[in-house]
Ligand binder design. Sequence first.
Ligand SMILES: Cc1cc2nc3c(=O)[nH]c(=O)nc-3n(C[C@H](O)[C@H](O)[C@H](O)COP(=O)(O)O)c2cc1C
Length: 348
Amino acid sequence: MAYGLIGPLIRLLDPETAHGLTIRALKWGLVPGIEPFEDECLRLRLWDRDFPNPVGLAAGFDKNAEVPDRALALGFGFVEAGSVTPRPQAGNPRPRLFRLSRDQAVINRLGFNNDGLEAVAGRLRARPAGGIVGVNLGVNRDSADAAADYAEGARALAGLADYLVVNVSSPNTPGVRALQGRRPLEALLQAVLAARREGGAEPPVLLKIAPDLTGDDLGVIAEVALESGIDGLIATNTTIERPPGLSGRRRGEAGGLSGAPLFVPSTRVLADMYRLTGGRLPLIGVGGVASGADAYAKIRAGASLVQLYTALVFHGPGLVNRIKRELAGHLRADGFSTVAEAVGADHG
Ligand SMILES: Cc1cc2nc3c(=O)[nH]c(=O)nc-3n(C[C@H](O)[C@H](O)[C@H](O)COP(=O)(O)O)c2cc1C
């Protein structure tokens, strides 16, 4: 309710300033606690971990792992920090984050601005036990060896993260998305899995893919993912496409588009991946989730978990409870008693 008053004021600010204030408000405990909606049917067990619900906070909101526990307290079932690169870096020049309010969308070309592995590892080490916090790994812009950057991240954070994400789908760092091809991807995943072993603990490793891949690319990724022994896929990151019908003034800005217009293309890639992997790899569905119906559609398309970021910008933190309540309603209405039963239901 508080957000109903403050939200419109926050949205008057430049989006990056607004985001910085939001992180600080969370850090200082200024965001009123929310009594989380809980329902047995939302619980699920995956990768030997118990998720209280399948609705997670997507990467990019808490890039530096400053507020993962505050975010969990908003009712998220899990939080993904990052992307974090080995060394700190400033990212692209501002402005680099744009709201398309009429489209319920955002364009960003942040370019992996973050505090680097050491700072993030320190914060994760200091956080209390409990709550599922994954970390998304990126690559420094001036890196000569991308695979080595991801491996360094995996080595440093294996013992501190509940899962690790190899993010080869950011559109804002040159060369990153080219790592989705067969040879580079095989080499990259082997390097990361080897580094994870050196890191001691062996958290699940997931690969996060772009929504802009063609059918052939998706087939290759599915094959490599299954052969490599990684633990799951995240579909999808932001899109470099500009779907017809966008009306926001900033729709021509370069960068990755997220939010409502990404829902259909990202859900299509998710469903394709479920089909191509025969449902054998757990999938996280992300892109344009703003309601329980959206989350439910991702689950039916093949997602075991979902994530969101952009809808929070427009609806505030009360959205998390609303999505969970609506999702529980959809599951029950269709006769499912758990999320797990509904995963991939659209595929017959
Ligand atoms: C401002 C912003 C920053 C992001 N930064 C990252 C990032 O660092 N790493 C990453 O894997 N995805 C990043 N993403 C992508 C989101 O994690 C997510 O995949 C995408 O936004 C689609 O979900 P949404 O429509 O719910 O926002 C970012 C998205 C936004 C809007």
